[in-house]
Design a protein around this ligand. Structure first.
Ligand SMILES: C[S@@+](CC[C@H](N)C(=O)[O-])C[C@H]1O[C@@H](n2cnc3c(N)ncnc32)[C@H](O)[C@@H]1O
Length: 372
């Protein structure tokens, strides 16, 4: 790559030399160019917060699909931990650029590899493995769950959202062994299918992949899971796998152990998507470049950690009842005052979660005191 085609950008306290024509939104696509997407700064800020909360001295941390090195170098530079950082990409131009970027940030100790990630993971084990591919991560999940040390963490991005959202259910079934379904809460079932897939792959090796932080943002899903040895632990997680059903006429939505219709989404993870303990520790790590956005997400995830699966949107209730929607925060408070568990959800700015039954919820929505 000629130097005239390069740009210098800053994320957190890390300077990055990147291709001048870098992406500013949307998922990437395969090309010989080294990939860099400015919009992913938010996701990388979250990674730095996770790293600050969980990395320990002497651990082996791998950015397996590193491209310019943006994420791995930020982890090495901004987490304040003396660990063994390894950045890998099979594209030679990427490996050359990440070496340059390591030098730019005085991170000469970072090891650069230019290998197929699957072969690297067959040779070495790591305490943290980051997988941020173009599209689906499925090629790398099995190598990652095997290449992860006991109690280590795997962090996975998926940008193949259309199959997971239920736009292409057959593709989802082929890739993830689970049926996706279009619904007002399809972002959540898509994420839960991805989490369930990773969990089942880990369980096949008698390992439990416990979700720590799993979310949806922009054009991607992202999940952090802790991998622990033990068939019994793996069984306990697999028992929380189930199916999500939806009736568009009544707005009924339900999680069950078995499929009730051939359209139900699943198998998918039905348990918590967040560890409150991790979220608390992340909050204490300090602000980063996208502090406004990450602060809002952390607050919502914290609320959401206590509410059950499958969110509702105000739009659905408004359409069903033909009554205009109140302010989300007021309605959530109203549900809480009625004794229900209720929270906002990061999946949808007009969405909320509650344990109130669908019938009582519709009644509460109609009776919410509106100013005339
Ligand atoms: C979406 S980019 C990664 C972006 C990067 N994590 C960031 O934050 O900017 C995906 C990268 O995976 C690399 N890649 C694809 N298949 C690979 C494989 N089998 N082994 C190693 N690297 C691979 C590509 O060369 C590309 O640089």
């Amino acid at each position: 790559m000629s130097t005239s085609n390069l740009a210098l950008v800053r994320e957190g306290t890390t300077e990055l030399i990147v291709p001048g024509n870098y992406n500013t939104s949307g998922p990437g696509s395969r090309s010989r160019e080294v990939f860099y997407n400015r919009q992913m700064e938010f996701g990388r800020d979250i990674s730095v917060m996770v790293g600050r909360a969980v990395f320990r001295e002497g651990q082996k941390i791998l950015d397996g699909l590193a491209a310019s090195g943006a994420r791995g170098l930020r982890l090495a530079n901004e987490c304040g931990v003396k660990a063994d950082f390894v950045l890998n990409d099979s594209n030679l131009a990427a490996a050359v650029l990440m070496k340059q970027n390591a030098e730019q940030n005085s991170l000469g100790h970072v090891r650069i590899e230019c290998r197929d990630l699957r072969s690297l993971l067959a040779d070495e084990k790591f305490d943290y493995i980051d997988i941020d591919p173009f599209g689906t991560p499925i090629d790398f999940i099995d190598p990652a769950v095997q290449g992860c040390k006991n109690n280590g963490i795997i962090a996975v991005t998926a940008t193949d959202t259309a199959p997971l959202y239920g736009v292409y259910p057959k593709t989802c079934l082929r890739r993830y062994g689970a049926l996706s379904q279009r619904s007002p809460f399809a972002h959540e079932t898509g994420l839960r299918i991805l989490v369930g897939f990773i969990m089942r792959q880990a369980a096949a090796h008698d390992r439990a992949a416990q979700p720590l932080l799993c979310y949806h943002a922009d054009h991607y899903f992202r999940c952090y899971l802790q991998v622990r040895n033990g068939a019994a632990r793996a069984d306990a997680l697999v028992r929380k796998m189930g199916y999500a059903s939806f009736d568009g006429k009544t707005l009924d939505r339900e999680i069950s152990d078995s499929r009730s219709t051939d359209k139900d989404a699943g198998p998918l993870w039905t348990g918590p998507l967040f560890s409150k303990d991790l979220l608390k520790r992340m909050r204490a790590t300090g602000d980063l470049g996208t502090a406004n956005r990450s602060g809002k997400y952390l607050g919502t995830w914290m609320e959401e950690a206590a509410t059950p699966a499958l969110f509702y949107s105000m739009d659905e209730l408004a359409r069903r009842t033909k009554v205009s929607p109140p302010k989300l925060a007021d309605f959530v408070e109203f549900l809480r005052k009625k004794g229900a568990t209720a929270s906002r959800t990061h999946f949808d700015p007009k969405g909320f979660k509650t344990d109130m039954s669908r019938r009582r919820l519709i009644d509460a929505y109609k009776k919410f005191p509106r100013k005339s």
